[in-house]
Write a protein that binds this ligand. Structure first.
Ligand SMILES: Cc1cc2nc3c(=O)[nH]c(=O)nc-3n(C[C@H](O)[C@H](O)[C@H](O)COP(=O)(O)OP(=O)(O)OC[C@H]3O[C@@H](n4cnc5c(N)ncnc54)[C@H](O)[C@@H]3O)c2cc1C
Length: 446
C-alpha cells in the first residue's frame, strides 16, 4: 500500500496530497474487501465515509479542494425541517451521526417578505429549520462531519484529483449550473433574525434571504435565471434590507456564493458506482434545499455497500418522490411572477391562521402528491435537457434559464453605493469565496 494511504494519527489522516496517477486506485465492489474510494469530502461523501468506516471498511475520501467546506467558506445555510414529519436531527441520530459536533441554531419563526414589501411571520411550535455554517471553521457542519469521519477511521486526502472511474462513491457536488446564489457576509450588532423574501426583481424566479446568527449576518439572493451584471442583484437586495431593517449596522466581511445543479437521472448507480448528493442530482429544484438529501443519499449508498439495502431502489422510494415534487414546483414557479408570489404568501398566512402552525402549508408544498407526480411526468420532457457526458447514466438537467426583459434594470443610487463600498473592501483584501471556485465558469466575481 502507498504510504499516503497508511493510517497515521487523526491529524495526519486529513492531509494534502497532489499524488494522483501513481495511486493504484481500484473501484471496489460492494462485496469486495478492498478500500473504498469516495470522490468529494462534502456532506454526502463524508456521510458515506462515516458509516462505512464505522463498519470497519477501509475508506479513502478525495477532495480537489484544500479542506471540506472550502467551497462555501463561511456561508450560512438552512437545514429544512418541514418536508417530512420526522425531525432531521432525529434522522441524523438514527443514522449514527453526532449533531453536537457542529453548531446548529434552531428557529421557529421567519419574516416572510411579500413582493409588495409587506412583512408577516409564519411560525411554529416545532423546530422549523436550523441554521448551520458551511466552511472550514471548527463549528461548521463540514468540519463536524469531517471530524466524525476521521474518528471513525476514514482517511481524507485533500488537494487530491482522482478519476470518476476509480471511485466507488461519486460525491463531488454540482457539475454544471442550473441556478446561482450570491451573498455578502457582514458583522452586525442586530440580534439573531431570519427573513425570506419572494421578489422576482431582486431574486429572479427565486428568493432572497437575511440570516443573522451570533453577530454575523448574511444577505443572499438566488438567481434562477442567468443574468448579466449579476452583482447588481446582490447590491440592490442589500439596499432593500438596509432600508427595511434600519438596525442592521452592516460591516461587510466577504462575499460568497455558488451554483446549484439540478438533474434527474435514469440511474443512480452505474457500473458499480454510486452517485450521491448533488452529483446524483439529489437536490430541491424549487429552492435548492439540498443538504438533507445529500446526507441521506450518502447514508443509503453506504448501507448498500454494507449489504443493508439496494441504493437504486431506496433512492427511488425515499428521495425521488421529493425531487419530482420539486421539479413540478419549479415548473410552476418558472411560469409566475410577483402576482402569484403574493398569492402564495397570503395563502401561507391564511393557512397558519386556520391551523395555528406555519409549517403545515410549507410542508405540503414540499410533500409528494398524485397531482405533482402527474405534473412532473407531463412537464419534464420540455423542462430538462439531456447531458451526453454523464457516463451513460441518463442524466437530464434543468438548464440555467435565460433572463427575461423585466430583468434588465439599472441599480438604484443606494445599491451603487453598496457596490462601491464592496469594491473598496475588496481592494483592501475582502475575499470573494467563489472567485477561486473551480466550478465557477458561470459565477463571475465582477
Ligand atoms: C450559495 C448556496 C446556498 C445554499 N443554501 C442551502 C440551504 O440553505 N439549505 C440547503 O439545504 N442547501 C443549500 N444549498 C445546497 C447545498 O449546499 C448542497 O445541496 C449540498 O452541499 C450538496 O452536498 P454534496 O455533498 O452533494 O456537495 P458538497 O457539499 O458541495 O461537496 C462536494 C465536495 O466535492 C468536492 N469536489 C468537487 N469536484 C471534485 C472532484 N473532481 N474531485 C474530488 N472532489 C471534488 C468539493 O470540493 C466539495 O468539497 C446551497 C448551495 C449554495 C451554492
Amino acid at each position: 500500500m502507498d504510504d499516503d494511504f497508511a493510517p497515521h494519527d487523526d491529524a495526519k489522516r486529513a492531509h494534502d496530497s497532489r499524488v494522483t496517477a501513481q495511486w493504484a486506485i481500484m473501484s471496489d465492489s460492494p462485496e469486495g474487501t478492498g478500500p473504498i474510494h469516495i470522490m468529494g469530502a462534502g456532506l454526502s461523501g463524508l456521510a458515506s465515509a462515516i458509516i462505512l468506516a464505522k463498519a470497519g471498511k477501509e475508506v479513502h475520501v478525495h477532495d480537489i479542494r484544500a479542506d471540506s467546506g472550502a467551497r462555501f467558506d463561511g456561508d450560512f445555510q438552512a437545514l429544512e425541517n418541514w418536508s417530512m414529519d420526522v425531525d432531521f436531527f432525529q434522522q441524523l441520530e438514527e443514522w449514527g451521526f453526532d449533531a453536537s459536533e457542529f453548531r446548529a441554531t434552531e428557529f421557529q419563526v421567519v419574516d416572510l417578505i411579500h413582493p409588495d414589501d409587506v412583512i408577516t411571520q409564519p411560525k411554529s411550535d416545532r423546530v422549523a429549520y436550523r441554521i448551520v455554517e458551511r466552511g472550514t471553521a471548527d463549528h461548521t457542519i463540514d468540519q463536524g462531519m469531517k471530524r466524525q469521519a476521521i474518528a471513525a477511521g476514514a482517511t481524507i486526502h485533500y488537494k487530491s484529483r482522482v478519476a470518476e472511474k476509480d471511485c466507488t462513491i461519486i460525491a463531488c457536488g454540482p457539475k454544471r449550473t442550473s441556478a446561482v446564489a450570491y451573498g455578502e457576509i457582514f458583522k452586525t450588532s442586530h440580534p439573531n433574525h431570519i427573513a425570506f423574501q419572494m421578489n422576482d426583481k431582486l431574486a429572479p424566479g427565486a428568493y432572497s434571504y437575511l440570516i443573522i446568527v451570533n453577530g454575523v449576518g448574511l444577505i443572499c439572493t438566488c438567481l434562477w435565471r442567468k443574468q448579466s451584471k449579476s452583482e447588481r442583484f446582490l447590491n440592490e437586495t442589500i439596499a432593500w434590507y438596509e432600508k427595511h431593517y434600519p438596525d442592521l449596522d452592516r460591516m461587510p466581511i466577504k462575499r460568497v456564493g455558488g451554483k446549484g445543479d439540478f438533474t434527474i437521472n435514469q440511474r443512480y448507480k452505474q457500473d458499480g458506482r454510486y452517485y450521491v448528493g448533488e452529483s446524483g442530482g439529489l437536490q430541491d429544484f424549487m429552492w435548492g434545499f439540498g443538504m438533507r438529501m445529500a446526507v441521506w443519499s450518502g447514508v443509503l449508498a453506504a448501507k448498500d455497500i454494507l449489504g443493508e439495502c439496494d441504493y437504486e431502489t431506496e433512492v427511488r422510494k425515499q428521495l425521488l418522490p421529493y425531487v419530482r415534487t420539486s421539479v413540478a414546483n419549479r415548473w410552476l414557479m418558472n411560469r409566475v411572477g410577483d402576482g402569484m408570489f403574493k398569492r402564495m404568501c397570503r395563502r401561507w398566512m391564511k393557512d397558519q391562521k386556520k391551523r395555528g402552525d406555519g409549517l403545515v402549508w410549507i410542508g405540503k408544498l414540499f410533500k409528494p402528491s398524485w397531482y405533482k407526480t402527474l405534473l412532473y411526468h407531463l412537464v419534464t420532457p420540455f423542462m430538462l435537457e439531456k447531458d451526453p457526458k454523464a457516463m451513460g447514466r441518463g442524466v437530464r438537467r434543468m438548464p440555467f434559464r435565460k433572463a427575461k426583459s423585466r430583468d434588465v434594470w439599472e441599480q438604484s443610487p443606494e445599491a451603487e453605493k453598496i457596490g462601491k463600498q464592496w469594491d473598496e473592501i475588496r481592494r483592501g483584501g475582502g475575499k470573494i469565496s467563489f472567485a477561486n471556485d473551480s466550478d465557477d465558469s458561470s459565477i463571475s466575481s465582477e
